[in-house]
Ligand binder design. Structure first.
Ligand SMILES: Cc1cc2nc3c(=O)[nH]c(=O)nc-3n(C[C@H](O)[C@H](O)[C@H](O)COP(=O)(O)OP(=O)(O)OC[C@H]3O[C@@H](n4cnc5c(N)ncnc54)[C@H](O)[C@@H]3O)c2cc1C
Ligand code: FES
Length: 280
């Protein structure tokens, strides 16, 4: 059983949990993920390793409450245990040899981008972190990014905090100012990663995106997480989750991500009602 050592809300729908999982912590690297179940009847939830502490034997996850399973997870408290916590899965982020990078995070994708920025920065790479949120209330990890970047550009769509505008505007401004990036890493909603990739293609800058399609087994067996990359079928769980953004078929990934939306909203409503009844 995997004990929750710490739990805190980073904004009203984003939760950070530190989990005791020494075997996972020992081998975890930036870019990898775990698949957990809150209880033994629960659905498998893939979540990125947001941080790890090898001495303590802990792994930190940061998740947005979007549906039934993350709703169940958020109701667990410090001292409770998760039923499963398998990982680390997927390939680690390649960071060696990069001198100057931009790490771009959108919304809760910033939680996935944070360990990547931290890894680059710790090896002496110049890191421009560009993180974007819809508004001030949704901002997460500002202090953490300040410590893990050379420059932080915090953007809000409505201008209620930081700079006004989208992450692509900040990135283009930096490129136009003469920054010579070895690589751009973009992690966030599919349309955001698509538009970052279109922008960097114009400037011929290598771009890595982290793809989060629906996953089931996480071992390359079920085929659920398939994507088309450079005309070939790839499985995000074993070939990724990071891929060359200039080769990913984003339109197909967007269509596939919407396949179960009706079922998912019904299930979330059912779960919320269940918790409401428990409180009454
Ligand atoms: C490799 C990987 C890393 C991820 N890392 C993070 C992270 O660090 N933080 C975070 O908030 N979210 C992350 N996600 C997304 C997270 O797994 C889903 O938000 C979660 O599974 C939703 O489950 P639900 O039942 O609450 O919502 P549902 O109502 O079932 O679904 C809501 C949305 O979540 C996505 N989703 C649902 N089930 C899965 C599944 N089995 N696999 C992948 N996506 C699913 C779909 O896009 C869906 O539309 C990651 C996904 C993958 C594949
Ligand atoms: S989750 Fe089954 S093949 Fe990737």
């Amino acid at each position: 059983m995997y004990k929750i050592l710490k739990k805190e809300y980073l904004n009203p729908t984003v939760v950070r949990m530190e989990i005791l999982a020494p075997e996972v912590s020992r081998r975890a690297e930036a870019g990898q993920f775990v698949i957990l179940r809150a209880d033994s009847d629960g659905e498998r939830i893939p979540l990125t390793v947001a941080d790890y502490d090898r001495e303590k034997g802990s792994v930190t996850i940061i998740f947005q409450v979007v549906g039934a399973s993350t709703e169940v997870l958020r109701h667990l408290e410090e001292g409770d245990c998760l039923s499963d916590f398998a990982g680390p899965l997927g390939k680690k982020t390649e960071t060696e040899g990069r001198k100057c990078v931009a790490v771009v995070g959108g919304g809760v994708g910033s939680a996935i981008a944070y360990p990547v920025a931290k890894k680059f920065f710790s090896q002496g790479t110049h890191v421009d972190a560009i993180i974007g949120f819809r508004n001030r209330d949704l901002v997460i990890l500002e202090d953490e990014f300040r410590k893990a970047s050379t420059e932080l550009h915090l953007m809000t769509d409505d201008g209620s905090y930081g700079e006004h505008g989208l992450v692509t505007a900040a990135l283009e401004k930096l490129i136009e100012s003469g920054r010579e990036y070895d690589e751009v890493v973009a992690i966030g909603p599919l349309p955001m990663m698509k538009f970052v990739s279109l922008l960097t293609k114009k400037y011929n800058i290598k771009t890595v995106v982290s793809m989060n399609p629906i996953m089931i087994d996480g071992t390359g067996m079920c085929g659920c997480c398939r994507l088309t990359v450079g005309g070939e079928t790839k499985f995000a769980c074993v070939d990724g989750p990071e891929f060359d953004g200039h080769l990913v078929d984003f339109d197909e990934a967007i269509r596939r991500s919407r396949m179960y939306s009706d079922f998912e909203s019904e299930k979330r409503e059912e779960t919320c009602n269940l918790f409401k009844k428990e409180v009454e």
